[in-house]
Write a protein of this length. Structure first.
Length: 602
DNA sequence: TAGCACGACTCAGAAAGGTGGTG
DNA sequence: CCACCACCTTTCTGAGTCGTGCT
């Protein structure tokens, strides 16, 4: 309790300091904001193309084409920790794009309080529009959200408004929500052109003579902090970020101009970092960064390094496993805990979970597991030594899994749980730092997170080998590929909220209905036969669909499995890469598509 | 020198936006 | 031809990981 109070006081003081630094004068609108029609956008787009070329002019004389086409062939892979301290030699960009200034609502659109329309101050009205956008979302029912939002909403009101508005329940945002919806519909079409224009202005940078895309050139708009799960700060207001809050990182000769009438918080030329701009989030108080796109050369190099590091684990894995087997039998409690923890990270794919501040949602990982998160079964459904994990993991996703473990692990876990309360730490002698230090002593650059990359990639490769060994037809191959990926995603516990299964089951029900209708109306038998065939096909693919629906496939594809495995598989089976990677993945993994041939093995 | 806070990065699911099929 | 819907892709930004530097 004391700790929690301390954290809250510390947070309040820091937040006050950050907010005090934030400037309040309105930012000048850029010319982009004045676009009302598609024609306007086209005209501006043409001039922007010229301007954008100007922004990215580079002093680097080296031919960028040669660098781009074969950097991955020339690259000698560096192990983690020994990466170059100098990340770039020349860096030029146009600075971030600020969201448009808030435009007041028309006079006939008002928040109603207790049935009476209220004309709010500009700041309070803007906060009301943020809330109105969330109408219908379950998060609005959350008491923490309501309390945080209403407290900060009232702080934006004028004293006379504050005297009247005392209860969020009596605030009616419906008219504002309807107005915003109408506004959105009327602006369809213009948005696309504006986006293209903005991308030309702000979305590109020039790094070491290479034109690259920027991943997030937009400053996050002000709004309501939502967080994940039961975040204690949900509902707090994210303040507007202004040029005076933003630090720019670039070459000394290429400082982008701040918007008219404004200046940057600071400009630095730090070659040891890859961010282009940063600012502090007014709720979490952490830095937010403007960074290069994942398709960029620099990010590609980092990706390659990541996968090469994971690939090296193959040569060390026997030694690593031998080491933690020995730890299980150690008389030293810390070593036993360390051995079991690494086993769980390696074999159950748990994240390590670093220490967290009190002001985050209550989520766990290996080093933060509590006694209450585990159930031990000597025997369960014919399996010996089963551990049931039940906790809330990263992003507040549920982790619920029963795993048959090694007998030594089981007995160690039982001893760690003895004489402890449910809320006590399972690994009370262990810290993340100790664990990673030990891993580094076994293999240079090895940390806990590498196991996820290693295991997911190994699993994909073996699943692909096994499932596609005797297949030749494109449909069968692609289906098997999807299942292999789903296996890897399931292993990583990547969850998707939108269930494709429900639509699959709906399709089956629809066919069943159509068949019975067809039978009743005695329609032609050809139609009936066709429907029956469709139904059989749907039903036979249900179990595959069940697997694929329960997981989010993209996360493991994007982050964990070595793309060269997929590329090699495609080349071996003559499957076009576009059928398994979408456009974004193709450009992100450009290096893998060029580098890997059919014989590549992870 | 240990422990902690923090900076810089990777990883993550949800929401928004786009597309193509169907009635 | 259009409205609607389902599915897929992109964008957004919150949440972890881990090294570094300060006290």
């Amino acid at each position: 309790m004391e700790d929690s109070c301390g954290a809250i006081i510390h947070y309040s003081l820091r937040r006050a300091a950050v907010l005090q630094q934030q400037h309040v004068e309105p930012i000048e609108e850029k010319s982009i904001e004045s676009i009302e029609s598609i024609e306007d956008a086209d005209v501006l787009l043409e001039s922007a193309e010229e301007e954008s070329l100007e922004i990215i002019q580079c002093r680097d004389t080296e031919s960028s084409d040669t660098i781009r086409s074969n950097w991955h062939e020339q690259l000698s892979v560096s192990v983690a920790g020994s990466e170059d301290k100098i990340k770039w030699h020349s860096l030029q960009h146009g600075g971030p794009l600020f969201p448009p200034r808030y435009k007041r609502l028309p006079d006939n659109v008002r928040m109603c309080y207790n049935g009476q329309p209220m004309k709010l101050s500009t700041a309070a009205e803007e906060a009301a529009t943020w809330y109105a956008k969330l109408l219908g979302r379950p998060v609005l029912q959350n008491a923490i959200f309501q309390a945080n939002f209403f407290r900060e909403f009232r702080m934006l009101m004028r004293p006379n408004e504050r005297r009247i508005i005392k209860d969020l329940e009596l605030c009616d945002f419906e008219r504002i929500a309807q107005h915003l919806q109408r506004q959105k519909m009327s602006q369809r079409g213009v948005g696309q052109h504006r986006k293209l224009l903005e991308q030309h202005h702000f979305g590109l940078c020039c790094i070491d003579g290479e034109l690259e895309m920027i991943a997030n050139y937009r400053i996050e708009p002000a709004g309501i902090f939502l967080g994940r799960g039961k975040h204690p700060l949900m509902g707090a207001l994210k303040h507007r970020i202004r040029p005076e809050d933003v630090t720019i990182n670039c070459s000394p000769y290429a400082v982008p101009a701040a918007p008219a009438g404004h200046h940057w918080k600071a400009v630095q030329h730090d070659q040891s970092v890859v961010w282009l701009a940063r600012w502090r989030d007014s709720v979490t108080l952490g830095y937010k960064y403007m960074q290069l796109s994942s398709a960029s050369r620099l990010q590609g190099k980092r990706e390659l390094n990541k996968f090469e590091l994971a690939r090296r684990v193959s040569s060390y894995i026997d030694r690593i496993r031998q080491s933690y087997w020995e730890d299980w039998k150690s008389p030293n409690l810390m070593q036993r805990q360390r051995g079991v923890a690494i086993y769980l990270i390696d074999r159950v794919m748990l994240r390590v979970c670093s220490d967290k501040s009190e002001l985050t949602a209550d989520c766990e990982g290996c080093c933060r597991l509590r006694v209450e998160h585990l159930n031990l079964f000597m025997e369960l459904q014919g399996n010996a030594y089963v551990v049931e994990f039940n906790f809330v993991g990263k992003d507040c996703t549920k982790y619920r899994r029963q795993v048959a473990v090694n007998q030594h692990v089981f007995e160690n876990l039982r001893s760690f749980m003895q004489r402890k309360l449910p809320q006590d730490q399972l690994f009370d002698q262990l810290t993340v730092k100790m664990l990673n230090q030990h891993l580094r002593s076994l293999m240079q650059g090895l940390t806990a997170k590498v196991f996820r990359t290693y295991n997911a990639s190994r699993l994909l490769q073996s699943s692909l080998d096994e499932l596609t060994r005797n297949l030749t037809s494109p449909e069968e191959l692609l289906n098997a590929f999807a299942i292999a990926h789903a296996n890897a995603a399931k292993f990583c516990n990547h969850q998707g909220a939108q269930s494709k299964l429900s639509s699959h089951k709906r399709a089956i029900r629809a066919k069943q209905l159509a068949i019975s209708k067809c039978r009743r109306s005695r329609a032609n038998t050809c139609r009936l036969l066709q429907l029956q065939q469709d139904l059989d096909l749907l039903q036979s693919s249900l179990s595959d669909a069940e697997l694929r629906s329960s997981v989010a496939l993209s996360t493991s594809k994007v982050n964990y499995v070595d793309p060269r495995i997929t590329v090699a598989w495609c080349k071996k089976h003559k499957v076009p890469i576009e059928q398994v990677f979408d456009a974004a993945l193709c450009s992100k993994f450009d290096w893998a598509i060029t580098a890997a041939d059919a014989s590549f093995r992870f």
